[in-house]
Design a protein around this ligand. Structure first.
Ligand SMILES: *Cc1c(COP(=O)(O)O)cnc(C)c1O
Length: 380
């Protein structure tokens, strides 16, 4: 957590505005992250994955820094345009789009679309003629803490057919995309997907279709409890794989960082509502916070993301606790299968700081489950 965030929270407390949990996002950290991506992957364009945190101030900062944007809906496209980005800096990267939304995006000037099957190609050919399309290929997400399963992408062999179909329908068969899984802690995980991409490039070239671009997706990690490699290590590993599989014909590349761009810029301050045990003999304390799965911490689903939690008692003796949220839903438990060490001296009413919460928190917050408001956000 930065000094600016600390100061902001102290002021909020002093002014008695600390009535509920809040997220504070430090724009200086996002600027540093953007510059680190630009430096570590110098020939790659950055398309920020808007869903990670679409706060207007975050989008305008990135637009000013020269970033492009990966969007998934018409509303995200409108948010990015409102932040000052021009349409040629926006991709419609969701492979699942309504035809009328593609048409709307086309009216806004968007000309770059993701596909992973022929039916989606046909929609684009009908309402966004002449646009560029890239085909997403499946990636198993091994090594990622938040893997993206089989929902998006097709097998590499099918990508060839899909892009050929696009070419036949007058679209520009532009490239390949993949996502190695979010919070990918292994920089070498891009290699297999780049090998498949190069094969698709060659096969299509034999049929006279020349792809231009590889979209390397997101997956760049942010620091939670465990250390993660620096962006530089990802840049080096990706460049090595590009050389290995594409030789001296390295294609244009783009990345779509979400978590890696904004994760470590955010800190949530929350409060301990209750500490209790389930029986007189029980040794395990249950610590209930005023934040849970429904007002910001959805990524604790299956205990996948383990956030660093700081308290004012951190030097004291620690003991494993179950941590749960405030709502009346029994799935609103953050850490139970693997209990979380908290100080024995932690008390009801104490504040806790949950770090690394700049990505995938506010957007996952319910509108008012049990009357708890969506997560309050401050961008500083
Ligand atoms: C969510 C998403 C991203 C961002 O992924 P991170 O792991 O947060 O970097 C990038 N590309 C696409 C297509 C996405 O859906």
């Amino acid at each position: 957590m930065t000094y600016r965030v600390q100061e902001f929270l102290a002021r909020r407390r002093a002014e008695g505005r600390d009535t509920g949990p809040c997220l504070v996002v430090d724009l200086d950290v996002i600027r540093d992250n953007y510059n680190a991506f630009a430096r570590s992957l110098p020939d790659t364009r950055v398309f920020y994955a808007v869903k990670a945190n679409p706060e207007p101030a975050v989008l305008s900062l990135l637009a000013d820094l020269g970033s492009c944007f990966d969007t998934a809906s018409v509303v995200e496209i409108e948010q990015v345009l409102a932040a000052g980005a021009t349409p040629e800096r926006i991709s419609f990267g969701n492979t699942i789009k309504k035809e009328r939304d593609i048409a709307r995006a086309y009216q806004y000037g968007i000309r770059l679309f993701a596909v992973d099957c022929e039916a989606e190609v046909e929609k684009i050919a009908r309402v966004a003629p002449g646009s560029k399309v890239f085909c997403r290929i499946l990636c198993d997400g091994a090594g990622a803490e938040w893997p993206l399963s089989r929902k998006f992408g097709c097998v590499p062999e099918m990508a060839t057919t899909v892009l050929e179909h696009a070419h036949r329908l007058g679209l520009i068969a532009y490239g390949i995309s993949f996502h190695v899984g979010s919070q990918q802690r292994n920089p070498r995980m891009w290699d297999a997907a780049l090998r498949s991409s190069a094969t698709i490039f060659r096969e299509l070239a034999e049929r006279g279709i020349h792809l231009a671009m590889v979209n390397l997706g997101g997956g760049f990690p942010t620091k939670y409890l465990k250390d993660v490699p620096a962006v530089k290590a990802y840049g080096q590993s990706i460049f090595k794989s590009l050389r290995k599989h594409f030789g001296n014909q390295i294609p244009e590349t783009i990345i779509e960082p979400g978590r890696g761009m904004v994760g470590n810029a955010g800190t949530i301050e929350a409060e301990v509502i209750l500490i209790s045990k389930k029986s007189a003999q029980d040794t395990m304390r249950w610590v209930y916070l005023d934040i849970g799965k429904f007002n910001g911490l959805a990524e604790t689903m299956d205990e996948m993301i383990r956030y660093p939690i700081r308290t004012a008692f951190d030097g004291d003796e620690m003991e494993p606790c179950v941590i749960a949220g405030p709502t009346c839903d029994s799935v609103d438990v953050l850490y139970e299968k693997t209990p979380y060490d908290l100080p024995v001296s932690l008390e009801i009413g104490a504040k806790v700081l949950i770090e690394g919460t700049g990505a995938y928190t506010t957007t996952y917050s319910a509108v008012g489950f049990n009357g708890f408001p969506p997560l309050e956000t401050h961008v500083i």
